[in-house]
Design a protein around this ligand. Structure first.
Ligand code: CDV
Length: 314
């Protein structure tokens, strides 16, 4: 008998700067009910789903930004989501800004099981953007001011009858993200994102934003024999156009479901987890074909190596 899990990508449209969490959670509850009606057992919400994408503004002192962060999960605003999801028997992935009791700030996602219990908290590993206010930009991308990089890397958890991994937005652009989870046998990777269509450091990439979004996830899915479910916050939010095109991608690399709008929308797909093995046991049979002894440079210092002839060094 094949193992199957029905998943939903719950895309959100724009969230305004003054929109209260309670209103956003009401929108998320509507998406939850839609997903449940369509058979979903697991719903994926976007990155920083509860608020507007606040890293587009500079706030000083940093403590003045505390209002964008959650100090507990669930908290008063998110409790109805946890309760309603548990009563429907639907699990979820929710992206939020986390302020820990000892003062650390992370861009996080929580994975919640069908009974409402927490499976795991993931903290974004690759933090994009810049650390300081940059006046030349039409809008800021200050994630490197607001968030520390997640210290825990990419775990994989047994849940929903699958081996599940998580990533957040910029993480999806890095092949290491998928491969680290692939080496742990991941079958289903969940992702939330906020991707401005305009990329100020190189606007020539703007026209390719949607191509690049799917390119990286399709490649990561195929090269690691895993499903990928990605939900974005799309549309024009506080004057900034953000990519929608939330998608569910098969281990073949094919997009099997994709959002049609830039607003609140649910897309659903039934994921056959045994499909992963068609790739994991053939072209991407890691134990047979990988050559880690010549990949050593991958774990060397961050930047490109200047000198030639180092590629094979361990
Ligand atoms: N929220 C993000 O991580 N956004 C990045 C942008 C900065 C490139 C992304 O990968 O979409």
């Amino acid at each position: 008998m094949s193992r199957r899990v029905t998943v939903a990508a719950a895309q959100l449209g724009p969230v305004g700067r003054t929109e209260p969490r309670r209103a956003v959670v009401d929108r998320m509850l509507a998406l939850l009910h839609d997903a449940h009606r369509r058979g979903a057992q697991l719903v994926v919400y976007p990155e920083l789903a509860l608020t507007t994408f606040f890293p587009r503004w500079w706030t000083e002192p940093l403590a003045d930004a505390d209002r964008w962060f959650e100090t507990e999960m669930p908290g008063p605003a998110t409790k109805p989501l946890f309760e309603q999801a548990a009563s429907l028997g639907v699990g979820f992935y929710l992206g939020y800004a986390e302020l820990t009791p000892d003062g650390h700030r992370y861009n996080s996602a929580v994975l919640v099981a069908r009974d409402g219990s927490k499976v795991a908290t993931f903290r974004k590993v690759h933090i994009p953007g810049h650390e300081h206010y940059e006046p030349w930009r039409p809008f800021q991308h200050l994630e490197r001011y607001y968030f520390e990089p997640g210290p825990d890397g990419f775990g994989v958890w047994e849940a929903f009858g699958a081996r599940i991994g998580m990533m957040i937005c910029y993480d999806r652009r890095w092949p290491e993200t998928y491969r680290v989870m692939g080496l742990q046998g991941v079958e289903l990777i969940l992702c939330g994102y906020n991707t401005p269509v305009h990329y100020p450091p190189d606007p020539s990439q703007d026209a390719l934003a949607s191509f690049h979004n799917h390119l990286v996830m399709q490649a990561g899915a195929y090269q690691n024999g895993t499903w990928v479910v990605a939900a974005g916050k799309g549309g024009v939010e506080e004057g900034v156009d953000a990519l929608a095109q939330s998608a569910i991608i098969a281990p073949s690399g094919q997009v099997v479901a994709q959002a049609l709008t830039t607003g609140d929308e649910v897309v659903v797909a039934e994921c056959d987890l045994d499909w992963c093995d068609r790739y994991k046991q053939t072209l991407f049979d890691f134990s047979r074909y990988r050559r880690p002894e010549v990949y050593g440079i991958i774990c060397a210092p961050r930047g490109a190596q200047a000198a030639a002839g180092q590629a094979g060094d361990g």
